[in-house]
Design a protein around this ligand. Structure first.
Ligand SMILES: NC(=O)c1ccc[n+]([C@@H]2O[C@H](COP(=O)([O-])OP(=O)(O)OC[C@H]3O[C@@H](n4cnc5c(N)ncnc54)[C@H](OP(=O)(O)O)[C@@H]3O)[C@@H](O)[C@H]2O)c1
Length: 269
């Protein structure tokens, strides 16, 4: 019954969005990826549904997004119900703070710019490109997947010095979401940012013993921020909860332009 465009569906939370949303054969789900052949094989092997379309588009490339929108438009007769901007970069620089990163100022600068490009500017291009379709859709919901790490409160409560570029770029995403809401709320478009909580996706791809120790130190900060935190949730549970919120949220219900947890409560973990 509904059409969805989701970015970053090759793995993790994005792949789970693809799986859950395609369960309803009446839905049409468009997944944007960087390696179409690899993701099509994975989808065929692990999901195997005809209502999934995999489209190759780096979300930082406006031309690729334009072509993706043309493809979607042909399939949907020019409309789209939901966008979920899920693709993101969290590089291993997240394991350390500005003190360590300051040893190579050029690399620090490039790390910041790359996180901004993928996590904030990419969703801006995505929303601009697909907004004409959304305006003709029924649901009119535009969702950005953000993170509690973008809320200064989490940083301050546990002195969480890690995840510098990642947190900053997602904070930029949150304000971009508010700006899109300011533009389109009166046209009935809900634009909001949602934190999925900590989810076990292996996104940091820890390889060495040293990286393992740094990851544990970050984990300890999570626990300090939220003493009840018992570890990351499964992608199935997080996505189910996010979709529950997406279905419930409306422009008039106080959700326009906000950044909130999938649980609608703090702490984020
Ligand atoms: N996991 C958590 O604990 C957690 C916590 C808070 C927030 N989040 C947020 O939840 C979302 C999903 O997280 P995750 O853990 O599932 O991430 P993940 O496993 O690292 O997957 C990231 C996805 O983004 C894609 N991607 C990265 N750069 C891209 C680009 N330039 N163009 C197109 N696609 C790109 C990746 O594609 P490739 O396969 O091509 O690299 C991959 O599909 C992210 O927005 C993340 O910030 C996650």
């Amino acid at each position: 019954m509904s059409s969805y465009v989701i970015t970053g569906v090759s793995r993790g939370v994005g792949f789970e969005f693809l799986r859950q949303l395609s369960e309803n054969p009446a839905n049409t789900v468009f997944g944007l990826v960087r390696n179409k052949a690899a993701v099509e094989s994975k989808v065929a092997a692990e999901i195997g549904r005809k209502n999934i379309h995999i489209i190759e588009a780096d979300t930082t490339d406006p031309q690729a997004l334009k072509k993706a929108a043309e493809y979607v438009s042909k399939q949907t007769n020019g409309t789209l119900d939901y966008i979920i901007a899920n693709a993101a970069l969290q590089a291993k620089t997240a394991l350390v703070g500005f003190d360590t990163l300051s040893k190579d100022p050029k690399a620090l600068e490039e790390d910041l710019i790359e996180h901004f490009r993928v996590n904030a500017i990419g969703p801006i291009h995505l929303f601009n490109t697909f907004m004409p379709l959304i305006l003709k859709g029924r649901a009119k919901k535009v969702i950005a997947i953000s993170t509690g790490a973008s809320d200064p409160e989490m940083t301050l409560k546990a002195d969480m010095f890690q995840a510098t570029a990642y947190s900053m770029s997602k904070a930029a995403l949150n304000i971009a979401v508010a700006k899109f809401s300011a533009l389109y709320r009166q046209k009935g478009v809900l634009v909001m940012a949602i934190c999925p909580g900590a989810v076990d996706t292996g996104s940091l791809q820890i390889e060495s013993e040293e990286e393992g120790k740094l990851a544990m130190a970050m984990f300890a900060k999570f626990k300090e921020y939220s003493p009840t935190f018992e570890g990351p949730s499964k992608p199935e549970d997080s996505v189910k909860s996010i979709l529950g919120l997406v279905n419930k949220a409306t422009v008039d219900g106080g959700y326009a332009g906000v950044f909130i947890s999938h649980t609608e409560k703090k702490p984020y973990l």
